[in-house]
Design a protein around this ligand. Structure first.
Ligand code: UDP
Ligand code: MG
Length: 138
């Protein structure tokens, strides 16, 4: 069991001004933010991040959407981080997400669903490494 997960607050939630409320829920659930940055993905970089989905019918729209505005990328730490974070964010489709989950509260639809969460320890490490080289000291 690893103790980090990678997440992005997606363009719909950043644009709607919900990033503060979402981060509050994440901290109240016991996660510590290890690293964080706001950035605007190019279409190409969104495509690289979601490469695993490139054969899926929604891939093109997903890449357009994820590059449509700024996101907030971060690494969060907690025991059992990946599974606990997935539970906190809820199902991919907000109509199927449990009450009180981030996607139930803030997602617009199955595409613009407010937040990303890694689905395994292996992918958490890969995804964190996509955005962050290490925990930076200044
Ligand atoms: N997605 C979509 N349509 C779908 C399934 C997924 O637009 O039918 C988008 C949605 O933004 C989702 C992302 O693609 O968060 C990645 O899909 P995945 O199945 O990995 O869902 P997640 O792990 O984010 O819950
Ligand atoms: Mg996924």
């Amino acid at each position: 069991m690893s103790n980090i997960t990678f997440s992005m607050i997606k363009p719909d939630a950043v644009e709607a001004g919900n990033s503060g409320a979402i981060l509050k829920m994440i901290e109240e659930a016991g996660f510590k933010i290890q690293a964080m940055k706001k950035l605007w993905l190019t279409r190409e970089r969104a495509g690289q991040f979601y490469e695993v989905h490139k054969e899926r019918p929604f891939y093109g729209d997903l890449c357009e959407y994820m590059s449509s505005g700024p996101i907030i990328a971060f690494v969060a730490e907690k025991d059992n981080a990946v599974a606990d974070f997935r539970e906190l964010i809820g199902a991919t489709n907000p109509q199927e997400a449990a009450e009180g989950t981030i996607r139930k509260l803030f997602a617009k639809d199955i595409s613009a669903n407010a937040i990303h969460g890694s689905d395994s320890d292996e992918n958490a490490a890969i995804e964190a490494g996509f955005f962050f080289s290490r925990l930076e000291r200044f």
